[in-house]
Ligand binder design. Structure first.
Ligand SMILES: Nc1ncnc2c1ncn2[C@@H]1O[C@H](COP(=O)(O)OP(=O)(O)OP(=O)(O)O)[C@@H](O)[C@H]1O
Ligand SMILES: [Mg+2]
Length: 459
């Protein structure tokens, strides 16, 4: 379906240029090469290349000059710079000025292949082709859960294992990270999929009603209880009950819930006749239950009952790589819902989204896209459509600062959290290539491998 993919290789070193060209040809690209900046610019003027792989240091021009020219003449072309002089600074500058990525000499051919295919993938997503949704689906999703970052790949792997079991799962994650979506996917791909999935948001129901909501009541149990009523547990019998915001469950109901889980039976409010149950429990929380246990506001025994299999959903800011796929997905979804022609997003606008911190996570991104589409008649979302709030808060310039809490902080845990997050981000930025992630972190590969092992960051 794709047209021929044209790549331009620029390098003054004959053997390097030939080797690169041959490699890229062998993977099926049409490769043209140039030995000087002049020749290269002349070619770029006359031909459309999807990707340019350029040495940073050429006899007549620098790779940065070429980059600037390309952005003027052919903004859709992605430039990958190659640096031989371990000059991380220039490479970083090239990235800031819009290079897609950089690679260092000696070139690791596998790495180059990956970087080129990622550049092409980004282009494709940015063009109309993103709406070939099936393709996207097959590759990166588990029931409409989008993600290609290492962090989400781990989540999918774990989910694939969980759906084969009937175990109790505790999903944790900030607001808007997809906890409910994941809970539903676990149910509808699991052994109980033909049976009911009943969701209860423990924080949305007034405390006085919650008990009868969960466990049911009999007639006359309290004022207004005019007839017998089964609770959500009974409704979920043989299926799954999803206890959302479990951290808000009051202590006396925690005790009752624990009994239900231990005895596999429930007593309706006002009755002492137990009803047998076979219910799978999936719960979710955006608060730190372990810490609540320490503070004595969440029962430790219940915590262990619920947390048989923990599943953590990382915040969106730790999986920047997913933003373009999620954006493509929501653009398609919203345009379809609004009955509009498919929309796309400009490269600059997408990059602004990628640099934002997303405190409201995926939900915030989804809402923003809906709003941007609703407010424009154009088919392309551009930087002008991106709210000032997002443009104003770009992660690049952010200085790292952890605030001291009034009650003190756990220094060791905080530092290891920061370390964990940075290693994750580096691995993501490096496309999973450890040597590269290590370079980004300024440590050597062995140290990184050791840290990964110690922090239990699985690959
Ligand atoms: N990985 C994802 N792929 C596609 N859509 C997602 C993904 N994660 C979340 N969403 C969407 O984002 C929205 C929020 O997700 P969900 O309600 O599951 O989050 P949550 O963690 O339960 O949030 P809260 O704690 O606020 O209840 C939903 O519309 C969901 O479909
Ligand atoms: Mg939720």
């Amino acid at each position: 379906m794709d047209d021929v993919i044209k790549i331009l290789v620029i390098d003054d070193d004959d053997s390097g240029r030939e080797a690169l060209s041959m490699l890229l040809r062998s993977v099926g690209y049409e490769v043209t090469s140039a030995a000087t900046g002049e020749i290269a610019l002349d070619l770029i003027d006359h031909e459309q290349f999807q990707v340019i792989v350029s040495d940073l240091f050429l006899p007549d021009k620098s790779g940065l000059d070429i980059l600037q020219e390309v952005q003027k003449i052919s903004p859709a072309t992605e430039v990958i710079v190659v640096t031989g002089h371990a000059s991380a600074q220039t490479a970083v500058r090239a990235m800031k000025e819009g290079a897609f990525d950089y690679i260092t000499k000696p070139i690791d051919f596998d790495e180059l292949k990956i970087v080129v295919s990622k550049a092409l993938e980004k282009q494709k997503l940015l063009s109309e082709n993103i709406y070939l949704r099936r393709q996207l689906q097959g590759r990166f999703e588990f029931n409409n859960i989008i993600g290609s970052s290492p962090a989400m790949t781990l989540v999918f792997e774990r989910m694939t294992r969980i759906v084969k079991t009937d175990s109790t799962v505790l999903i944790s994650g900030e607001s808007g990270t997809g906890k409910e979506l994941v809970a539903r996917a676990l149910h509808y791909n699991g052994v109980r999929k033909e049976r009911p999935f009943i969701a209860v948001n423990c924080s949305a129901i007034p405390e006085l009603l919650l008990e009868s909501e969960l466990f049911g009541h009999v007639r006359g149990a309290f004022t207004g209880a005019i007839k017998d009523k089964p609770g959500k547990f009974e409704a979920a019998n043989h299926g799954t009950i999803f206890l959302d915001e479990i951290g808000t469950l009051p202590l006396h109901l925690q005790a009752k819930l624990l009994r239900v889980l231990q005895e596999h039976e429930v007593e309706r409010v006002g009755s002492n006749k137990p009803v047998k149950l076979h219910v799978r429990v999936i719960s979710a929380t955006n608060s730190d239950l372990e810490e609540m246990v320490k503070r004595g506001v969440f029962r430790e025994d219940l915590y262990y009952r619920l947390n048989v299999i923990p599943l953590h959903l990382p915040p969106l800011r730790e999986r920047q790589q997913d933003i373009m796929y999620l954006t493509a997905f929501f653009l398609e979804k919203q345009c379809r819902l609004m009955g509009r022609q498919p929309c796309t997003i400009s490269k600059q606008a997408l990059e602004a989204l990628e640099r934002y911190s997303w405190p409201g996570n995926v939900r915030e991104l989804e809402n923003l896209i809906e709003r941007m589409i609703a407010l424009t008649d154009a088919n392309v979302i551009t930087l002008d459509d991106v709210p000032v709030k997002i443009l104003g808060e770009q992660l690049d310039g952010e200085t790292f600062c952890v605030k001291m809490q009034s009650g003190g902080i756990d220094l060791v845990a905080t530092i290891s959290e920061i370390e964990h997050s940075l290693i994750f981000q580096a691995l993501e930025a490096a496309g999973g290539i450890k040597a590269r992630a290590a370079a980004l972190l300024g440590i050597n590969r062995t140290t990184l491998v050791e840290k990964i092992r110690r922090l239990k960051i699985e690959e």
